[in-house]
Design a protein around this ligand. Structure first.
Ligand SMILES: Nc1ncnc2c1ncn2[C@@H]1O[C@H](COP(=O)(O)OP(=O)(O)OP(=O)(O)O)[C@@H](O)[C@H]1O
Length: 284
């Protein structure tokens, strides 16, 4: 469980980026964080792992008050937070496996990490998560040989191998095409549900968030202006968060895309079934 209470952030030069934000997220819940540019979404995510220092307020992960930690305590707490980034943040010249194992760096000693001698249990964990994200055929490829969607799968695997309690996800699909975006979003939601992970997904893609997450939080000028289920996010609320835009069209287009994609996947499935020997025998 993540509990944020009265969180505010004022940067040295500038307005308040976060203004008295309070929310709590139970284990297993995936929350979409939406809002216009400058609303404070990245600041909120960065305050949670203290890449940005909050000005006031409390952030509790389980029983741990994150805002009071320093040194070793903070490093331990960060191990419990899996980060997924827009630009993947992979080491391009390292292999998929090495990138995923880097998610265990918070657990192994300096020399082991330096010599890249990870315990067998970590290698086993890495294989398990690579299998889950569908990259078993790419384990030894270098990161720079992968497509955008594959890179983000490595990013997800690297976060999962940490065995975190929460996932902090910053614009995971901003560099991907619409179809790959849906696959990646679906994967994030599924793995969080399987492992009972709380997650915050910062996204500009309202339609994608509505399609996949259980709860949406809307930020505007550092304040929470919406917190509810995706179906309650109607055009009035969207206009209140973002201003005037033809929301019905944006959302309808995304839904049409998803329906077309599902129909195409169904067609492929039917063709595969028809092509199996038993199906061929049945038709004779
Ligand atoms: N390092 C910084 N120093 C000063 N002001 C900052 C800094 N980082 C962010 N801000 C300001 O804080 C506010 C919130 O920014 P933040 O990046 O959190 O918004 P965001 O919702 O993530 O925006 P975007 O969707 O464009 O990434 C903005 O007004 C921004 O200019």
């Amino acid at each position: 469980m993540l509990t944020i209470a009265g969180l505010s952030k004022r940067y040295a030069k500038g307005d308040k980026a976060l203004d008295d934000v309070s929310l709590s997220i139970p284990a297993g819940q995936v929350v979409g964080l939406i809002g216009p540019s400058g609303a404070g979404k990245s600041t909120l995510i960065r305050c949670m792992n203290r890449l940005v220092e909050p000005t006031s307020g409390s952030i509790r992960l389980g029983d741990t008050e994150i805002t009071r930690l320093g040194g070793m305590g903070l490093r331990r707490a960060r191990r419990r937070m899996g980060m997924i980034f827009q630009e993947y943040a992979l080491v391009e010249r390292l292999t998929v496996m090495e990138n995923v194992l880097s998610g265990r760096l918070g657990y192994v000693g300096f020399w082991r990490a330096f010599l890249r001698r990870f315990p067998q249990a970590d290698v086993d964990r890495a294989f398990a998560v690579l299998d889950r994200v569908g990259l078993m055929d790419h384990v030894d490829k270098r990161a720079d040989e992968l497509s955008g969607g594959q890179r983000q799968r490595v990013g997800i695997a690297r976060a999962l191998v940490q065995e975190p309690d929460i996932m902090l996800v910053d614009e995971p699909t901003a560099s991907l095409d619409p179809k790959t975006s849906r696959q990646i979003m679906r994967l994030i939601v599924e793995v969080c549900a399987e492992r009972r992970l709380a997650a915050i997904v910062n996204t500009h893609d309202v339609a994608l968030a509505q399609m996949f997450v259980q709860r949406i939080i809307g930020l505007k000028a550092g304040r929470t202006v919406f917190d509810g289920p995706p179906e309650a996010l109607d055009t009035d609320v969207l206009t209140a968060i973002y201003g005037e835009e033809d929301w019905s069209r944006t959302i309808r287009e995304a839904e049409d895309d998803a329906v077309e994609e599902a129909a195409a996947e169904d067609a492929v499935r039917v063709l595969r079934v028809q092509a199996t020997p038993s199906a061929v025998a049945r038709t004779l």
